[in-house]
Design a protein around this ligand. Structure first.
Ligand code: GRG
Length: 293
């Protein structure tokens, strides 16, 4: 699975390398955008899109515009998340965070640019539009925008910040996980199913699977913040405790958090029929819960 992720990283990075060029943009802005997007990152979201597409016979290269969009908006969220007014993190992907390397103003602006240009990457691509049809692309973009909006990532980030230092319930924490993290992961999977012409029953199954795997992703992220190696993760660890973040570990303890992760993964696996075409997607889900980085 590591090999699959690495192949995807190469594919998406070289696609983006070519697309992240503008004739009239200030060169420092383009430099910052590339710094925050290329060369680093596991490419989990684009890989989930590819693996779901693969289950319905779509090749990776056919999905590159949407894969690029996913990685651009995800990179945006990381750049803004690292800002001093948010999670205040000096390291990301094994190097200084964007605001440390380029300053806060450029970090805000490179993030803004990645959101706008990220979405426009897919909708400006005439081949992509004609290949999949505007109806399916519009539906996919709507799902993506919902994932990023006030009832998605932005709302989740607000709850995450508000939850610091407060007494929160398990359900409140799972809601934060769903909004700030799972909605984008679910969107990547659901878009793959929509573009692949999945039946409504298959879409429903993959939708539920996406939410659960998204929750697993954040839960594992929180576990790694306590048990992981900073060098392997490429970021500072132990910050959740320091900032008194609302995590399941804080409320339930490490052992229970690990048990909940296992339970959610089992639940997710049971949603997918035991068919060869789902093996890549299952492999990625397994990577998500077992990863050390
Ligand atoms: C993007 C619309 C929009 C708003 C931004 C700052 C913010 C609002 C949201 C923060 C969301 C956030 C950073 C959630 C954490 C998700 C998470 C665990 C990210 C780490 O993802 P990985 O491990 O990162 O896939 P790599 O570096 O591998 O790409």
């Amino acid at each position: 699975m590591i090999q699959y992720l690495e192949q995807n990283a190469k594919l998406v990075d070289s696609y983006l390398e070519e697309k992240l060029t503008w004739e009239k943009a200030p060169s420092i802005l383009v430099e910052a955008i590339k710094y925050g997007t290329l060369g680093g990152g596991k490419k989990v979201r684009s890989s989930l899109l590819f693996a779901t597409g693969n289950a319905f016979g779509i090749e990776r290269k056919e999905l590159l515009p949407l894969a690029g969009t996913l990685e651009m908006v995800h990179s945006f969220s990381l750049i803004h998340d690292d800002l001093p007014c948010m999670d205040n993190d000096d390291f990301r992907r094994g190097k200084p965070s964007l605001h440390k390397a380029f300053g806060e103003a450029l970090a805000v602006l490179a993030g803004d640019a990645l959101l706008v240009e990220g979405i426009s990457l897919t909708i400006r691509d005439a081949n992509f539009l004609s290949h999949f049809g505007s109806e399916k692309i519009l539906q996919s973009i709507q799902i993506l925008l919902e994932a990023l909006g006030v009832e998605g990532m932005v709302g989740g980030q607000v709850l995450d910040i508000e939850g610091e230092g407060k007494k929160v319930s398990q359900e409140q924490i799972l809601e934060i996980y769903r909004l700030k993290t799972a909605c984008l992961i679910r969107a990547a999977i659901l878009c793959g199913a929509i573009l692949g012409n999945a039946s409504s029953q298959e879409q429903e199954r993959l939708d539920k699977f996406g939410w659960l795997i998204g929750e697993c992703f954040q839960l594992k992220d929180d576990i790694l913040d306590l048990t992981g190696e900073s060098e392997q993760l490429g970021k500072t660890i132990g910050k959740d405790l320091l900032q008194d973040k609302a995590t399941l570990i804080k409320v339930k303890g490490l052992d229970s958090a690990q048990a909940i992760l296992k339970e959610k993964f089992t639940q997710a696996k049971s949603l997918l029929p035991d068919e060869d075409r789902y093996q890549l997607l299952l492999g990625l889900a397994k990577f998500i819960v077992e990863r050390e980085r």
